[in-house]
Design a protein around this ligand. Structure first.
Ligand code: ARG
Ligand code: GLU
Length: 753
């Protein structure tokens, strides 16, 4: 490396990851795009105005974006309420409709007409009608100092209730208000929540989850990660509970779909509901994640996943029961591993310390008010982080290890019942609670294997007992440790627990609840699973949570002040608020990256790559026969590019969990893909963004259309969409290299299509 490049890189790295945005970092508020981002976005290739992305008065892109369920994003692609999201976002629904006989997870599902579209009770699609800065109303009458975080929160919540309710009185809208910039600002969201969302189509897992957990969080990627739903509305086009008479929803806007594809440097906009980031965390916060929480949680999930994997491979029933659970557990397990590595590679703790040193310098030389507010801040944060460490670890072990055992989690969910009866709650209330619990039994046992859970318990209980700081272990568990020493001891305890507990089968659990209904609490209260859950949770509430909350409340207050200080320190920079499951825009460009020294990754993948990965002996890489056949015949229709079908691409957009299913939109406001993942080397971007290495992974919409049209024969769905532009009509090339070389040459000339 020449000296000049080194210097250039050094200069770059100094800019990178300051606690403010540069380049493609940022999760921007749609409301503020005009003010903060429009000029920048247009210089990078956006042809639309900010008003065309977010407008209250006219249809805009935001009217085609929904929060799908609680944790994903979806987009509307027809005037009949057709909705696209990820396969992994619709996974729970696909699973709910599946059984060993009708296995839609394995075989896929395609509604060939409206009558075949399957309802999903509980699933919602939420539109943002408008958003509004309500900071002054929420903070009215809230003292800025000499108030505890808990008291402040009470006042804030009272104001939030009042303002949010008033805003939607006499409308069918809903509303919520969230803190931004760690509670320095508050925004209100007015929403329209649809409740009749039907499953229209899903590819087989061998397409929708191709690569499985092996490829999860990884690039290069070949997953056809999409599923299709439809929003139904009442006769007035407003939200209505499921009814056979409901009609397809007519949206204010639906996204046209572009076949024209992408090339490096192309503008990309991701519009969705990112869940949670922590970009303004201090060095102590980063260290807590890096050296305390992540390693503990990874260790527990390692053990659990190994057991689930064995049992799922041994039984189809267990496979279907645990597929969604497994995917969920494996997902964050792998993310935390990548995040930990990324933080290490960026030397994140040191970088944060450097920023903090500058902050302290600034605070000490500021105005008197700045000195008073900000100079003592960081030592206090440090003190609280040190004090909370043991409690954080104890809490991680309760949530991951103890409650990671389903029997304990289930018993825990019944503890309120015990409490009600013991406290002599009114009979009617008890009856309602028992009835609710009874209703939940079937759902729980449908996806429960007691034999598997027994193995999980034998592995996780010792981890819980050994990992929890000794002073924070319940006396009950300490006594068990003495009575049943070592691993063999835990094994025999677990066997006795599962042999004796009545909460391990559907019929015996129902019988236990029937007894409670009759006023006989004893069977439930004395059940060994209830006993253990009660011991752990009661102790957690009494001995862990209060101290944990005290310190994290202090940290929240100090962190809010820190963020306010940073914004004063860097008045020239644009700050974006951390993700909080509200609607955001992130923008960037299509770009390759270098995952490691000497390694270069391309910016897109294609169907040829699927065939290269195909492996009939590995369930993650099975290719369905029909797809192989289309590949053999090169029967790609209008979705081909240079003799293959593009499958996925990467770009520099800042995204996080919750952005799954988000539309990826080109400079003309057309859909070019669906966001579904991030690269492993970039998973630390929830804490520290690195423009050189962070990439969002997008399903190319042409692969989606190819699968719907050519693979599934559901062309009626494509007809319903608004398709614009054309993919190349070039004849198949001989060999992949020729194809890519040729493609690159064309790109350089600026004409891919
Ligand atoms: N990593 C992606 C996200 O965070 C996809 C997860 C689902 N896929 C899986 N193989 N578990 O949600
Ligand atoms: N797969 C993630 C989701 O479900 C998106 C990946 C990420 O965290 O960036 O939201």
């Amino acid at each position: 490396m020449r000296i000049t490049t080194r210097l250039a890189l050094l200069a770059l790295s100094l800019f990178c990851c300051l606690p403010t945005a540069r380049a493609d970092e940022g999760l921007w508020l749609p409301l503020l795009l005009k003010q903060l981002n429009e000029a920048d976005m247009r210089s990078k290739g956006l042809k639309l105005s900010a008003e065309q992305i977010y407008s209250v008065n006219q249809g805009s892109l935001k009217d085609a974006v929904v929060q799908f369920g609680g944790g994903c994003t979806g987009e509307i692609v027809s005037d009949q309420g057709l909705l696209l999201t990820n396969h992994h976002c619709g996974y729970g629904q696909i699973q709910q409709h599946s059984s060993v006989e009708k296995d839609y997870l394995t075989n896929g599902y395609w509604a060939m007409n409206r009558a075949e579209e399957l309802p999903n009770p509980g699933l919602t699609a939420t539109f943002i009608v408008r958003m509004e800065d309500v900071t002054s109303q929420i903070l009215a009458g809230v003292p800025t100092n000499s108030i505890t975080e808990a008291d402040r929160e009470k006042l804030v919540q009272t104001n939030i209730q009042r303002v949010a309710q008033a805003a939607v009185q006499n409308t069918h809208y809903q509303s919520f208000i969230r803190p931004f910039y760690n509670g320095n600002e508050y925004y209100m969201f007015i929403t329209e929540v649809f409740q009749d969302i039907r499953l229209v189509g899903a590819p087989p897992s061998s397409i929708g989850k191709f690569g499985g957990d092996t490829d999860n969080w990884a690039w290069p990627r070949h997953t056809g990660d999409f599923s299709i739903f439809r929003i139904y509305a009442g006769p007035d086009n407003k939200p209505a509970p499921y009814s056979a008479d409901n009609k397809p929803f007519k949206p204010r806007h639906h996204l046209p779909i572009s076949l024209s594809g992408i090339k490096p440097g192309d503008f990309t906009l991701v519009f969705g509901f990112p869940g949670r980031t922590n970009e303004y965390l201090t060095s102590w916060g980063v260290d807590e994640v890096y050296s305390l929480s992540n390693p503990a949680k990874i260790k527990v999930r390692d053990a659990k996943l190994r057991i689930l994997d064995q049992d799922m491979k041994a039984s189809d029933k267990v496979r279907i029961q645990y597929s969604a659970k497994y995917a969920g557990i494996a997902n964050y397990w792998k993310k935390w591993i990548g995040e930990t590595r990324g933080l290490k590679k960026l030397d994140a703790v040191t970088r944060k310390q450097e920023q903090e040193a500058k902050f302290t310098q600034w605070a000490q030389h500021g105005t008197e008010a700045q000195q008073a507010a900000y100079a003592p801040l960081l030592p206090q944060l440090e003190k609280n982080y040190r004090a909370v460490r043991d409690y954080t670890l104890a809490r991680d072990y309760v949530t991951e290890a103890a409650l990671g055992i389903e029997l304990i989690a289930y018993a825990n969910s019944l503890l309120p019942l015990v409490d009600m009866v013991e406290k002599k709650a009114p009979a009617a209330d008890v009856a309602t609670a028992v009835a609710r619990a009874k209703k939940g039994v079937a759902g729980f046992f449908r996806n429960y294997s007691a034999a598997t859970d027994r193995k999980v318990a034998a592995a996780l209980l010792p981890l819980y007992a050994d990992g929890t700081p000794a002073t924070l272990l319940p006396g009950y568990v300490q006594a068990l440790q003495k009575q049943y020493p070592g691993k063999p001891g835990w094994a025999s305890f677990v066997n006795a627990l599962y042999d004796k507990s009545k909460l391990t089968t559907e019929s015996s659990a129902q019988a236990v609840l029937d007894e409670v209904a009759k006023g006989n609490l004893r069977v439930l209260r004395d059940d060994p699973a209830t006993q253990l859950a009660n011991a752990i949770i009661t102790h957690y509430r009494a001995a862990i949570l209060p101290a944990y909350t005290t310190h994290t409340d202090n940290i929240a207050l100090l962190q809010r002040t820190y963020v306010a200080g940073l914004r004063q320190m860097h008045t020239d920079r644009k700050f974006y608020p951390d993700a909080n499951s509200t609607l955001r825009v992130s923008y960037g460009q299509v770009a390759a990256y270098e995952p490691a020294d000497g390694v270069q990754y391309d910016y897109f993948t294609d169907l040829d790559g699927i065939m290269e990965k195909a492996d009939p002996t590995n369930p993650d890489f099975e290719v369905p026969a029909r797809l192989a056949e289309l590949y053999q015949k090169k029967d790609y229709g209008p979705y081909a590019l240079n003799g293959t079908v593009p499958v996925a691409f990467i770009a520099t957009n800042h995204t996080t969990g919750g952005n799954s299913g988000s539309p990826v939109i080109n400079g003309n406001g057309e859909l070019i893909g669906i966001n579904f993942d991030r690269n492993w080397e970039g998973t630390m971007s929830d804490i520290m963004f690195d423009p050189d290495r962070v990439r969002n992974i997008t399903l190319d919409v042409r692969y989606l259309l190819f699968v719907v049209d050519k693979y599934a024969g559901a062309g009626h769905l494509v007809k319903e969409m608004t398709i614009v532009g054309a993919s190349t009509a070039a004849a198949p090339e001989a060999g992949k290299d020729a194809k890519k070389v040729k493609l690159k040459r064309k790109e350089k000339a600026g004409a891919v299509n």
